[in-house]
Ligand binder design. Structure first.
Ligand SMILES: Cc1cc2nc3c(=O)[nH]c(=O)nc-3n(C[C@H](O)[C@H](O)[C@H](O)COP(=O)(O)OP(=O)(O)OC[C@H]3O[C@@H](n4cnc5c(N)ncnc54)[C@H](O)[C@@H]3O)c2cc1C
Length: 710
């Protein structure tokens, strides 16, 4: 029956269709944009069907496209812009993201060689001007960061657009091609979509089908516009903080909106770079003086690349007030003299929110939100992009097993139950860290919450009835009175108020109560409590990292608790050619395929458990490798290893602990009868002790079914 006839009979209230109408209503409730037209065989979709379509070529979408391509899952990326953004934005890459990048064909090593030397960015500096008095300085690196105690890799500092460039080079090597809709490009609409990053493709609408999602993209080629419809099994929304897809599927954000508005000025100045390089190298410079206030992010001192963040109070202030010339003036006020070589590249207003999407998956788990589309935090602590990268690391292997029909679609649902609580915890932490950043101006008598309240009062209270230009004058008057607190007259050692404020400031820095950069307990210690894992409550929780408990502790405590990231420890493979050749336990998990890892000790009962799990995994088509951790100095076992115990299986590795002072099992809070099942994203899915398992076959079945949502 033609679609229009169905629609008109539905409208007439035809009894025959009343049941169908109820069913449709139920479907619409699940996915508000479900279109009956989309269920037609003739969907009008040009081009082939694609397993995964990623909307948004920011760092998060690109990392996912790389993970999926490595796993052999066909995907394409749509990007609305005609070129990649050059605005530096994110720059701090935390430990966990660097661990993920280590597995992306050496991306971490390239980041390390492209970033500025660590001594140029390890500090946050608080000053009255970039050439004036230093109010305080905080070093964010600790000796253990360089000793690689908790992780085989260090944190890094590289501008987001440079990271995107490195990612694009890696993707190119995997055969992923950036298509710019250029006449010289020979790609036709009907040619395969996979391995394409389609620039100038803006997703404007989506429709759910029985097999997936139809995406309509408006295609810009700079001068003309056309429409293209693409059909995929899974649609990934990595389209950023103002996600179109999130809006189209009607997912709300929950949290605090509009914490602060800022103007971001991207500029180059070799003079400033050289001056800071010589006199006070650092990553962030918080400048407070009578004429201006701002936070300068030194993206690369040696290249003279900076971003200045300036508080912005619309509608009394306009975006037009921040012309390149006006920004140059503000820069001079913050520097303390007029730089001759400032080149303003970009000026962007932005709003700081602290929000998490109420749902991460919709439309029968076919539409999945990742990165900023799923959460937006204050940048304090650098959690935004890092959390997004960890989101897609979590979902990639689940998509693989779902599309291969090994796991049920409920495995995709575990992405939400695992990642959403982490986003909420990171939101809280970022807000706390943002407040900590505000403690410095507050101590100086310049309370930003007062400025925000005054601004709100002008916008909503009695102030809103005075003319706009007068509102602006009132606001600027109040701000200049506030900034007068920063004058040399107040802030000096002879003025009792100044002495009191400077003392307070010293205490804030000494007690670590200002803005912090590293949170190993969160970055490495975040733990999933429910999801694609078998929860285990046996461990003393005091011994665990508790994400969500705020800035309390910097310390990361390794654990083998299910849901945690596999602890890092150096081990030596039996096959190592030299005594120096060691691996991190994290390297035992493949980065090229979505393979599970079973870690056991060389004991009879553990080998038995391994054989049973290998058999079950093979039956279910789950990739699995076994690692046998031998105690330190197991030289006599080297010649035979585990061959006799694990034959005919070949996918195993014998390794020896490198350290004698702490055993692997001790670190995982297990005895040496321990058995650990690790997921392809390096999080522990299950643990037990081989002598605790009565029926290995039913246990193996239970565990794998649980993890795969069978
Ligand atoms: C000042 C500042 C400093 C920051 N510092 C850090 C930091 O140090 N560390 C950190 O981890 N995070 C930081 N962040 C946050 C970080 O920049 C973001 O979290 C990150 O950009 C999110 O990446 P994404 O890929 O999810 O989204 P985005 O980078 O926003 O990418 C989304 C992409 O989708 C495209 N798009 C949007 N709509 C559509 C559509 N309809 N169709 C097709 N394409 C579309 C956009 O053009 C864009 O290219 C900072 C943010 C700010 C503002």
């Amino acid at each position: 029956m033609p679609l229009m006839a169905i629609v008109s009979r539905l409208r007439r209230g035809d009894l025959f269709f009343s049941r169908l109408r109820r069913q449709l209503a139920a479907a619409v409730a699940v996915c508000p944009f479900t279109s009956s037209a989309a269920h037609d065989a003739g969907t009008g979709v040009s081009g082939p069907h694609l397993p995964v379509l990623i909307v948004g070529a920011g760092p998060v979408g690109l990392v996912l496209s790389m993970l999926l391509t490595k796993f052999g899952i066909k995907c394409a990326v749509l990007e609305k812009s005609l070129s990649f953004s050059r605005h530096p934005q994110a720059h701090f890459i935390n430990n966990r993201s660097m661990e993920i990048f280590r597995k992306l064909d050496g991306l971490a090593e390239e980041i390390e060689s492209s970033q500025p030397p660590v001594d140029l960015w390890r500090k946050f500096i608080y000053c009255t001007s970039l050439s004036g008095s230093i109010l305080g300085s905080v070093d964010h690196m600790q000796p253990e960061d360089f000793e690689k105690v908790n992780s085989p890799v260090c944190v890094a500092h590289l501008s987001q657009y440079k990271l995107v460039n490195l990612l694009l080079k890696k993707l190119e090597k995997l055969g992923m091609h950036v298509y710019r809709h250029d006449p010289s490009d020979d790609w036709e609409p009907d040619s395969p979509l996979e391995k394409r990053i389609l620039m100038g493709h803006e997703c404007t609408s989506i429709q759910s089908t029985n097999e997936g999602v139809i995406v309509t993209a408006r295609v810009h080629n700079g001068t003309t516009l056309e429409e293209r419809r693409l059909h995929c099994s899974i649609l990934i929304a990595s389209d950023g903080a103002r996600s179109t897809i999130r809006r189209l599927v009607g997912v709300e954000m929950k949290g605090e909106r509009g914490l602060q508005e800022l103007i971001s000025v991207h500029f180059m100045s070799m003079d400033l770079g050289n001056f800071l390089l010589k006199n006070r190298p650092g990553m962030l410079f918080f400048v407070f003086n009578q004429d201006a206030i701002g936070v300068l992010v030194a993206h690369h001192l040696e290249q003279g690349e900076f971003v200045l963040q300036i508080p912005y109070y619309p509608p009394q202030q306009n975006y037009q007030d921040f012309s390149p010339q006006a920004c140059e003036k503000i820069i001079s006020k913050l520097v303390g003299w007029a730089l001759q070589d400032v080149q303003v590249l970009d000026i962007k207003p932005w709003v700081m929110h602290a929000e998490v999407a109420e749902k991460y998956l919709t439309c029968n788990n076919r539409v999945i939100l990742v990165g900023d589309a799923a959460h937006r935090f204050p940048p304090a602590g650098g959690f935004g992009m890092n959390t997004g990268i960890q989101d897609v690391h979590n979902i990639a292997w689940k998509i693989f097993y779902f599309l291969k029909e090994v796991a049920s679609s409920s495995v995709l649902q575990t992405y939400e139950s695992e990642r959403r609580p982490i986003a909420i915890s990171n939101t809280n932490l970022s807000v706390e860290n943002f407040k900590a950043a505000m403690s410095v101006p507050s101590a100086l008598g310049l309370d930003p919450t007062v400025a925000n309240s005054v601004h709100r009062a002008i916008n909503t209270g009695l102030g809103s009835i005075i003319p706009k230009n007068m509102q602006k004058a009132v606001l600027e008057g109040i701000f200049s009175i506030g900034r007068a607190q920063l004058s040399d007259y107040v802030l000096n050692e002879k003025n009792p108020v100044g002495v009191m404020r400077l003392e307070k400031l010293k205490r804030i820095f000494a007690e670590g109560k200002s803005l912090q950069l590293q949170f190993p307990a969160h970055d490495l210690g975040f733990c999933y409590t429910e999801g694609a894992l078998v929860a285990d409550t046996s461990e003393n929780t005091q011994n665990c990292n508790r994400a969500g408990s705020g800035r309390v502790s910097r310390e990361y405590i390794p654990t083998g608790r299910p849901g945690s990231r596999l602890p890092h420890m150096h081990v030596k493979p039996f096959t190592a050619a030299s005594t120096e050749e060691t691996l991190s336990t994290l390297d035992l998990v493949s980065g090229d395929k979505p393979e599970f890892l079973l870690i056991i000790a060389p004991l009879k009962a553990s080998y038995h458990m391994a054989r049973v799990i290998l058999t079950k995994a093979e039956e279910l088509r789950v990739l699995l490798k076994v690692c046998i951790v031998w105690p330190h100095c197991s030289c006599q076992s080297r010649s035979t290893g585990s061959r006799a115990e694990l034959e005919p299986w070949k996918n195993y590795i014998d390794v020896e602990e490198c350290k004698k002072d702490r055993s692997w099992w001790d670190m995982c809070c297990l005895t040496n009868k321990g058995v650990l099942l690790v997921r392809p994203d390096e999080h522990i899915a299950w643990r037990t002790e081989s002598d605790r398992v009565a029926d290995a076959v039913s246990e193996a079945e239970k565990v794998l079914s649980r993890v795969l949502g069978l």
